[in-house]
Ligand binder design. Structure first.
Ligand code: PXP
Length: 240
C-alpha cells in the first residue's frame, strides 16, 4: 500500500508569518527519504496554505509523484493544466470550511466534472475523484470513465461512539470492495492518524492512503527535542 503525504500544513505554519520557513521543498524531500510514495498538496482557492510557487517548485524538485488536490474552479484547472502534476485529485471546496468536509457529489456535478476530467486527461494527468463511500457515487464515477477514486474516511475518523465507528468502517469496506470489483483503483484518506489507520490499512485492496494533518502534528512533537537541543547548543556555545 502506497503512502501519499499531504504537506499542506507545513505551508500553514509558514503562512502564519508569510516567511520562508518551514521550507516546503525541504519538507517534501524528507517525506520522500522517509518512504512517502507521493507528495500531496491542496492548492485551495483562497491560497490559505499552499501557494502557486510551491506547486511549481515541488513539480521540479520531487522524484516521487506529485498529487495536486484541487477544486474544479476554472483558474485552478488552468493552473493544473500548466503544471501537469502526475495526478490530480478533484475535491469539493467551500471557502468557510476548515478542511475538506466530504466527498464530491459526482451525481449532481456530473457534466462539470466530466469536462474537467477530459481536459486534464488530455495533458496525461491521472485523475482521481474524492468521494464519500457510497455506491451511487462510485457508479457515477464509473460512468464518467475515471479509473481512480479516493474514498473519504473523515466520517470514520470523526466517529465518537463504537457503534458509529463500526458503522462507518463497514461502509468504507463495502465501498472499497464494490469499487475494486468494478475495476477501479481505490485510494482512501482524510482524518487518518496513528490510532485509526490500522483498520483502514488492513483493507488490502486499497492501493494508496493520503495522510497529512496527523503526520505534521506528530512531526512537531517528535522533532521538538532536537530543535530545542540544537538552539540550546548554539546559544551556549556563543555565550562562552
Ligand atoms: N485526501 C484528500 C482528498 C484531502 O482533501 C485531504 C486533506 O487535504 C487528505 C487526504 C488528507 O487529510 P488529513 O490532512 O486529514 O490527513
Amino acid at each position: 500500500m502506497r503512502l501519499g503525504v499531504n504537506i499542506d500544513h507545513i505551508a500553514s505554519l509558514r503562512q502564519l508569518r508569510k516567511g520562508k520557513e518551514p521550507n516546503i521543498v525541504e519538507a517534501a524531500l524528507i517525506c520522500e527519504q522517509a518512504g512517502a510514495d507521493s507528495i500531496v498538496v491542496h492548492l485551495r482557492e483562497d491560497r490559505r496554505h499552499i501557494q502557486d510557487t510551491d506547486v511549481l517548485l515541488l513539480r521540479k524538485a520531487i522524484t516521487t509523484k506529485l498529487n495536486l488536490e484541487m477544486s474544479s474552479a476554472e483558474d485552478i484547472v488552468r493552473f493544473c493544466e500548466k503544471v501537469k502534476p502526475d495526478q490530480a485529485t478533484i475535491v469539493p471546496e467551500k471557502r468557510q470550511e476548515v478542511t475538506t468536509e466530504g466527498g464530491l457529489d459526482v451525481l449532481k456535478n456530473f457534466y462539470k466534472i466530466v469536462r474537467v476530467i477530459r481536459r486534464l486527461e488530455k495533458r496525461n494527468i491521472a485523475v482521481s475523484l474524492f468521494i464519500d463511500p457510497i455506491k451511487e457515487q462510485i457508479d457515477a464515477c464509473l460512468k464518467l470513465g475515471v479509473h481512480r477514486i479516493e474514498l473519504h474516511t473523515g466520517h470514520y475518523a470523526n466517529a465518537r461512539t463504537p457503534h458509529s465507528l463500526k458503522k462507518n468502517l463497514r461502509q468504507i469496506k463495502e465501498a472499497v470492495y464494490y469499487a475494486h470489483n468494478l475495476g477501479l483503483h481505490v485510494y482512501a484518506g482524510h482524518g487518518l492518524d496513528y490510532n485509526n489507520v490500522g483498520a483502514i490499512s488492513s483493507i488490502n485492496v486499497i492501493e494508496e492512503l493520503n495522510i497529512g494533518y496527523s503526520i505534521v502534528c506528530r512531526a512537531a512533537i517528535i522533532g521538538l527535542f532536537n530543535a530545542v537541543a540544537q538552539m540550546k547548543k548554539i546559544i551556549t556555545e556563543k555565550s562562552i
